[in-house]
Design a binder for this molecule. Sequence first.
Ligand SMILES: *Cc1c(COP(=O)(O)O)cnc(C)c1O
Length: 232
Amino acid sequence: MTDATTISKNIAAIRQRIWAAEKESGRQAGSVKLMAVSKTRSAAEIAAVLTEGVNDIGENYLQEALNKQQELAGEAICWHFIGPIQSNKTRQIAEQFDWVHSVDRLKIARRLSEQRPTDLAPLNICLQVNISNEESKSGFAVEAVLADASSIAALPNIRLRGLMAIPAATKDPAAQRASFAAVRTLLAQLKQQLPECPWDTLSMGMSGDMEAAIAEGATIVRIGSDIFGPRQ
Ligand SMILES: *Cc1c(COP(=O)(O)O)cnc(C)c1O
């Protein structure tokens, strides 16, 4: 358990880094949103994040997330699902989240749209792209995104907002930027192909590659360990 004082200091440092990266790349201050990724962390640790004014919370595992959502009921939180999705979990995801960043196949998008309660706003989704073409990683291949995006855009109860990527881990900033640049280029292609979608979201950048992602146009960064400390 990381105490609230440490979390507060860590968030201040992350905000400073975001601000510096925005400035460095000539982007407007405040154009990059901070999501706190709270997998394995407690509801009390999430509460400490909320106190700092961070209300975008990302979770990877459904059951773990549902438990914390119960504990934090009544708090103003925008819940993001960012983990792998099994098709038998889509109903609860469609019911309990505001955003899903990890949509990695057409079938999942269809189910989320079908199962999104119609008294809620459409579910915001990003398509996860396997930008480094790693066998081990989920996500659409680049060609598959271009092929399936129009079917997904036509679904009634979701809003296709953009792309999410987790590039192959590397400490080399140039290699990090090259991967994120490829995601940015793909988003530009999709904007041309389907101008009716908002395409306003590039969900990319984690603790170790946030600056490179911001330089390439990230609109939301997903930060876990640099807020809560290393995962045990
Ligand atoms: C765990 C996780 C993060 C946060 O990673 P850190 O390196 O701890 O900042 C971001 N995105 C996804 C999809 C994750 O699973």
